[in-house]
Design a protein around this ligand. Structure first.
Ligand code: AVI
Length: 329
C-alpha cells in the first residue's frame, strides 16, 4: 500500500470505549430477562464467524440478496445515478457493495461504517486498491450512537445510504423506525436508501438458517461470552451455555439466546451474576417482514418505497426508498 492509499483509508475512529461496553453488558445482565446487545458479536472472530455464516447453505439471506442485486443491477444503478456519495451502515466485508461500486457511474465518495475496526481497515484498504479514483472515508462506530460523518472532499449530487443484509431486522420495531428516521435525515433532500429486507417465510427455513448443522451460528453466539471474558474480565464457562434460536411467529422474529445449562454464578471483575438452570441471555432478534409491514415502517420513518425487487419465492427483498416530501421541507 502506498502513502496515498494509506491516507485514503484512514479510519475516523468513534469505536465504543471499554467502559461503555462494560456498562451495556452489566445493564443487560441485570435485567429480569437477561440480554446482551447483538452489536457486540462483531469483534475480529465474530466478524469472521459471520462471514462463515454467510457461506452456509442454510443461511439463504446473502445468496438471495446478491442474486437479486446482480439480476437488477442496471435498474438499481439507474435509480442511484451518477456522482452520489454512498454511505454504508454495517459494511462488514463489503461483498455486496462491490456490486454497486463496479457499476456506479463516477461515485463521489464511499463512507463505510462498521463497529469492527480491524476488518473495516482491511476492507477499506482492499477497496482503495480496487477503486483507485474513489475517495473512501471509513468510520469505526456503533452506528446507533451519535458520531460525526466525515465530509467528503468532492461535492456530490446526492447521498445514497446503503443498508444491506437485513440488518434492519436486528432492531426492535420502535428503534427500527427511529433508525430509519435518522437515515432519512442523513440522506437529506433528494437522497435515497437502498436496503435489504428479509421476508416472512416457512418457519422451517427460518429455523435452519439460525440453527445450522455445522454449529457456526452457535459458535458465533457463544463468541460473545468469550469476548466478554477477554475484554471485561469475565469468567463465563462456555460449556455451561448453549445456543438456542427459534422463530417467534407472534412477533415475526427469530430470537437467539444463550441458555444456562445449570445453576451457576458468573463473575465480571468483582461483580457476581447468578444464573438459574434454563435461564437465558437474549442475544439477538432478527425480525422478518412482509412487504406491506415494511412499507408502513418506512412511511412512519419518512420514506416512500419506490421500488422493490425480490426473488421468485419472495424470500428476500432489496428496496429503493426515497424521502417523502413532508420530510424534505
Ligand atoms: C447481521 N444480521 C442481519 C444477521 C441476522 O440474520 O440477523 C446476524 C445473524 N445472526 C445469526 N446469524 C446471522
Amino acid at each position: 500500500m502506498d502513502s496515498n492509499e494509506a491516507r485514503r483509508t484512514q479510519i475516523n475512529d468513534f469505536k465504543p470505549e471499554r467502559e461503555y461496553f462494560y456498562t451495556e453488558v452489566l445493564n443487560g445482565l441485570r435485567k429480569a430477562q437477561k440480554e446482551l446487545p447483538s452489536k457486540y458479536f462483531y469483534d475480529e472472530r465474530g466478524s469472521y464467524l459471520y462471514e462463515c455464516i454467510c457461506t452456509l447453505d442454510e443461511y439463504y439471506l446473502p445468496r438471495m440478496e446478491i442474486a437479486i442485486m446482480e439480476t437488477h443491477i442496471k435498474e438499481i444503478i439507474e435509480l442511484l445515478g451518477p456522482n452520489a456519495c454512498l454511505i454504508e451502515y454495517g459494511c462488514g466485508n463489503c461483498t455486496k457493495t462491490r456490486i454497486l461500486l463496479d457499476h456506479l457511474p463516477d461515485p463521489a465518495a464511499f463512507v463505510p461504517i462498521d463497529i469492527a475496526g480491524e476488518q473495516l481497515l482491511r476492507v477499506s484498504q482492499e477497496l482503495a486498491s480496487s477503486y483507485p479514483g474513489l475517495e473512501i472515508s471509513p468510520v469505526c462506530a456503533d452506528y446507533t450512537s451519535n458520531f460525526e460523518l466525515p465530509a467528503p472532499k468532492k461535492p456530490s449530487d446526492r447521498t445514497i445510504v446503503y443498508f444491506p443484509g437485513s440488518t434492519i431486522g436486528n432492531f426492535d420495531p420502535v428503534p427500527a423506525r427511529n433508525f430509519l428516521e435518522h437515515i432519512a435525515s442523513v440522506c437529506g433532500p433528494g437522497g435515497a436508501l437502498l436496503i435489504g429486507v428479509d421476508l416472512k417465510k416457512d418457519t422451517n427455513v427460518l429455523h435452519h438458517a439460525y440453527n445450522d448443522r455445522e454449529g457456526v451460528t452457535a459458535a458465533f453466539n457463544l463468541n460473545l461470552l468469550e469476548r466478554i471474558n477477554r475484554e471485561l474480565d469475565g469468567d463465563f464457562q462456555l460449556d455451561n451455555f448453549q445456543h438456542y434460536a427459534f422463530y417467534n411467529p407472534r412477533e415475526s422474529r427469530i430470537e437467539m439466546h444463550l441458555v444456562s445449562l445449570r445453576d451457576q454464578i458468573v463473575h465480571l471483575g468483582d461483580l457476581s451474576i447468578p444464573f438459574n438452570k434454563d435461564e437465558s441471555i437474549w442475544t439477538e432478534s432478527s425480525y422478518k417482514y412482509n412487504l406491506d409491514d415494511f412499507k408502513q415502517l418506512a412511511a412512519d420513518a419518512g420514506f416512500q418505497v419506490e421500488k422493490v425487487w425480490t426473488d421468485e419465492r419472495q424470500w428476500f427483498s432489496v428496496q429503493y426508498l426515497v424521502k417523502t416530501t413532508a420530510y424534505n421541507l
